[in-house]
Design a protein around this ligand. Structure first.
Ligand code: BES
Ligand code: MN
Ligand code: ZN
Length: 513
């Protein structure tokens, strides 16, 4: 990952490949943002005019490269748009800073070192800029053999360019505790989030449930997290009919991983539950071509949960966090679960499987019930659960459902603070009867309309009595099929990691429930 430092150096004398500055969109044209005064001065105060002539407006995501003024050690200035100029006395929106830093870092792929002279009014700004840089510089090139650059011995780079190697945040107050803490937090979260992206991007022939569990085991040991892996035999013994039913058709057996991070100072406990379908073919209710090419992303919920637990451990949060990874591969075969089969779930309830493509709720049901046995103060599950949620909210916003209005709002607030677009969704009671089964306690499918909410209502039945629970359906934003934007790359995005970490932080501080 990109190495990050706080620096008190002045822009002109700095040895780097580029100096990044911010440009805001003002009423009368582009404005040079605070932090870049020395750069503007070197252009005789005419930088805004130069940028305007070059066609820059300061709009979000815009990147303009120009030669650095004479006397500068760095050859290039990269001006990145911050969007509308903030109101008088207000600072820049943290998410605008994050995205701008990310867009600049991405534009600097191939560079060794860049200095970021963006507006840092307070320590928190250094944190969001750091986060933007580290997330924006991400690239996944592990499988790009043809583009491997062997000259420097550094290996594969998809576009022939390595991610930005080093970033210095100018005006960063390296001796200020708050600044240091903000950057350290950003580094821990971004590093784990990027690891979650790697897991999502790893092709399903290399990441089956066993391989995912092995990755979790290694990381857990490294960070002092207790880990338990239930393999197929243990799942049979324990009666995990949902996870086993989904995994039945695959040559790679399912797993249930429990990660326990405990803090001696914890007053509260959280359980995070992730859908970990390492590949979703649909099973016997096979998905048609056009719907299965990106289904390696169906373990993004489990990847987010895994990353969040490791991040909580690295940050030493004063809250107990348990992560549950419900891992299975959904495949059709002679041993696969059929539409019409009835599964006996871990909770004891029976489920008639009407559609084997509604598999996420089956693995989550067992994991939610398992998580409930520890009686945590709250449970949050994360899942690429329904195409319906994607239709409802688009590809950048995830849906939040909950059995408690205050908790749903609190999770939504945490999402907003983290820069993750999310929106509250209801759990309308009348949709429950659509899942009535003539044979079993419940069917795994109900009405087509409101399919994301139906799935949420199904999950609710497997949450232990009296336990506060929220469900994040990240089917839309988990995997970016479009062009990169801000600090979001193509492919796995790491959605929900930052929300989960923020919820854990707030619970640790006692200002959430
Ligand atoms: N993994 C899919 C949901 C999904 C779709 C995630 C698109 C990301 C992008 C899930 O397992 C699924 O197949 N859901 C079905 C449920 C239906 C059969 C009730 C769906 O949404 O069509
Ligand atoms: Mn499915
Ligand atoms: Zn799925």
């Amino acid at each position: 990952m990109t190495a990050l430092t706080l620096s008190t150096a002045a822009a002109p004398g700095l040895r780097a490949d580029a100096i990044v500055i911010g440009v805001a969109k003002g009423a009368g044209g582009p404005l040079v943002a605070p932090g870049a005064e020395a750069v503007d001065k070197a252009y005789d105060g005419r930088l805004a005019a130069v940028l305007e002539t070059l066609g820059a407006s300061g709009s979000e995501g815009e990147v303009t490269k120009l030669p650095a003024p004479s006397g500068f050690k760095a050859p290039v200035v990269v001006a990145v748009g911050l969007g509308a100029e903030p109101e008088k006395d207000a600072g820049f929106d943290p998410e605008a800073l994050r995205r701008a830093a990310g867009a600049a870092a991405r534009a600097l792929a191939g560079a060794k070192k860049a200095a970021f002279a963006l507006p840092l009014a307070e320590a928190a700004d250094a944190g969001v800029v750091a986060e933007g840089v580290l997330l924006g510089a991400y690239s996944f090139d592990a499988y790009k053999e043809s583009a491997k650059d062997t000259k420097d011995g550094k290996g594969a780079k998809g576009n022939g360019k390595a991610p930005l190697a080093e970033a210095a945040l100018l005006g960063g107050k390296p001796r200020d505790k708050a600044y240091k803490a903000a950057v350290e937090r950003a580094a821990a979260v971004a590093e784990e989030l990027n690891r979650a992206r790697d897991l999502v991007n790893t092709p399903p022939n290399d990441l089956n449930p066993e391989a995912f569990a092995a990755v979790a085991q290694t990381a857990a040991k490294e960070h002092g997290i207790k880990v338990q892996v239930l393999d197929e035999k243990a799942l049979v013994k324990g009666g995990y009919g949902g996870i086993l039913g989904v995994g039945a058709g695959s040559a790679s057996g399912p797993r249930l991983v429990k990660l326990s991070y405990t803090s001696p100072k914890a007053k509260k406990s959280l359980a995070f539950v992730g859908k970990g379908i390492t590949y979703d073919s649909g099973g016997i209710s096979l998905k048609p071509a056009g719907h299965n090419e990106t289904m390696k992303c169906d373990m993004a919920g489990a990847a987010a949960v895994f990353a969040a637990v490791v991040a909580a451990a690295r940050l030493g949060l004063e809250v107990n966090v348990t992560g549950w990874l419900a891992l299975a591969e959904n495949m059709p075969s002679g041993s696969a679960t059929r539409p019409g089969d009835v599964l006996r779930m871990y909770s004891g309830k029976t489920v008639e499987v009407l559609n084997t493509d509604a598999e996420g709720r089956l693995v989550l049901a067992d994991a939610l019930w398992a998580a409930s046995q520890d009686k945590p103060d709250a449970i949050i599950d994360v899942a690429t659960l329904t195409g319906a949620m994607m239709l409802a909210l688009g590809s950048r916003t995830y849906g939040i459902m909950a059995n408690d209005d205050a908790f749903r709002s609190a999770v939504h607030e945490a999402a907003e603070e983290s820069g993750e677009p999310a929106w509250p969704m209801p759990l309308p009671e009348h949709l429950r009867k659509g899942m009535d089964s003539p044979t079993a306690d419940i069917a795994n499918m109900g009405e087509r309309m409101g399919g994301g909410l139906v799935a949420g209502l199904f999950l609710r039945e497997f949450v232990g009595e009296g336990i506060t629970w929220a469900h994040l359906d990240i089917a839309g934003p988990a995997f970016n099929e479009g062009a990169p934007f801000g600090y979001t790359p193509k492919g796995g995005t790491g959605t929900a990691v930052r929300t989960l970490v923020r919820v854990a932080e707030r619970v640790a501080l006692g200002d959430l429930g």
